[in-house]
Structure formats: C-alpha cells, structure tokens
Design a protein around this ligand. Structure first.
Ligand SMILES: [Zn+2]
Length: 278
C-alpha cells in the first residue's frame, strides 16, 4: 500500500516510484553488512589453509534479488514447501499442497531439461482467506527462481490500484510498461483475483493480460477466494481461459481448492488461526 501512497502524493511532473518495476533495497543488519561472514565481499579467505572460497550468501542473495525484483514481498521469501504445515490440517489443505507440489515439480523438471515455460499448464489455487494460498504459490515458484526463472508477482488489489493511479496521473507510459511486463514475463503470478473490487477498468485490463498470455502460451499462476463466481465477475471469456489452461497434459485439473461447505465452521480452514482451534 505504501507504493500507492507514494504515487498519489507525487507532485505533478515528478516520476512516481515504480514499486512494481524496481527491486526493493536489501536489508542490512547491525554490522552494516548484509552478510557478516564475508562482509559482503562474496568470498571468504581461510588463512589456515591459505584458500579463498565463495560465501554461501552469494547464491542466497541472487535468489533474494530475483524475488524482490519480482515484487514478492520479503515476508514470503521463507515460504517454502518445507515450512508449509501439513500436519493437523484439513485434508483439503493437504490435497492442495500435494497438487501444487506436483505442479511445481513438473515445471522444475522441465526447466532442468532446458525447456522454457512456454506451453506449460496454468495453476489456480483457490480457497478461503488464510488457507495458505500465497504460501503455496510462493513455495511453487521459489525452486523455479533457483533455476533462473524470472517471475512477476502481481497482487490484484494493490497492483491494479497502483496501475490506475499512474493512469490517473497521466503517466500512461508507466501503465504501458507495467502492462507489457505483465503480458510478456516468463511466469506471471496474480494473487487474490477479484478480491475487494471488480471494477470494470480492472476487469478489462485483466482480460487483455489473460488473453495475451493464453494466445502466447505463457503461464499464469493465480489465487482467488472465489471459484465459479469468477465467471460472473470476470466474464466467461476470461475465467474460461483461466480454467481451460489449468489442466495437466493428461487432463488433470491444476485447480487446488480449499473451500468449506456452507454447513462448516467458516474459521476451520484458516491457516493462520489453525493453532487456536483444537
Ligand atoms: Zn557472505
């Protein structure tokens, strides 16, 4: 939300901060170094053996840089499959975890063979707020980042608000730049589709992105707290493309669904509240 505030308070004629396009600055600890082991040299010298070796932080920093420039917020960098809790959770959450893991493994295997992501199925992670959708999606993407894939992470609410703020500020070239990146990036992640607002301008913009990527065979990973409602919100053309593409080559839907029945306690699937419910 900070980025939007920046945009709205920008004096006319001044370039607003490109939160979507520019990487965030790395965090620095008390010592003033990001890595105390190598003092940010990237190399550690061992005087006893008279050898120098690469510090472990080099690869870690590379991955963090990519994640940050992908607009994946720092708090999600540790969200891996290993840190996703699958004990004592609803079987639907476990099922979703397994499906997303399988999807991720399939893409990882493909990238390892030297194939790009063009033509791979899309993935939808759908369910109640707090079920762990963003965690699962980040977990799916991190192993790909480790292999050199550059994803772009776009949050429905803050992303579109920011885009429309540039539009309102007559920064059409920035809107074009963002749109271009959302359309053509190797892997697009759209988080919380249709959350809070389904403004016509957002729906139209989103259709353009979905249709472009559909035609070019470029994958989208999306999350939403809605499923069939998406058809009503987005139109059959947009939602239809999203569901059609979320299918394995063998015809298995890559739609991880974590929904409650109407007669169930609505708090049950809330991942963050899980510890409070016994
Ligand atoms: Zn280091």
């Amino acid at each position: 939300m900070e980025a939007i505030k920046n945009v709205l308070s920008v004096p006319q004629g001044k370039e607003p901060e490109l939160a979507i396009l520019e990487p965030k600055k790395p965090s620095v600890d008390d010592s003033g170094y990001e890595c105390a082991n190598c003092k940010d040299e990237g190399i550690i010298f061992d005087p006893d053996r008279n050898v120098a070796f690469d510090c472990a932080c080099v690869e870690r920093k590379r991955i963090q840089r990519v994640l940050k420039s992908s607009n994946i917020s720092e708090e999600f960098i540790d969200k891996t499959f290993e840190t996703f809790e699958t004990r004592d959770v609803d079987p639907r959450v476990v099922e979703a975890y397994e499906l997303v893991k399988e999807y991720s493994d399939t893409l990882v295997a493909r990238v390892k063979k030297g194939h790009g992501l063009k033509g791979v199925p899309w993935l939808g992670v759908l369910g109640k707020t707090g079920a762990g959708k963003t965690h699962l999606v980040t977990a799916a993407v991190v192993p790909l980042v480790e292999l050199g894939v550059y994803p772009v992470f776009f949050n429905w609410v803050s992303g579109f608000k920011e885009m429309m703020a540039y539009h309102a500020a007559d920064q059409g070239h920035v809107v074009d730049e963002i749109r271009q990146r959302l359309c053509t990036c190797e892997l697009l992640i759209v988080d919380d589709v249709c959350k809070e607002s389904q403004k016509d301008t957002w729906i139209t913009e989103f259709y353009g992105i979905v249709d472009y990527r559909y035609r070019k065979g470029l994958p989208i990973i999306y999350t939403s707290e809605y499923f069939t409602e998406l058809i009503g919100f987005l139109s059959e053309a947009t939602a239809g493309r999203m569901f059609e593409r979320a299918m394995s080559p063998k015809g298995k839907p890559y739609l991880a669904k974590m929904f409650l029945r109407k007669d169930e306690d609505q708090i049950m699937l809330n991942y963050r509240l899980r510890g409070l419910i016994s």
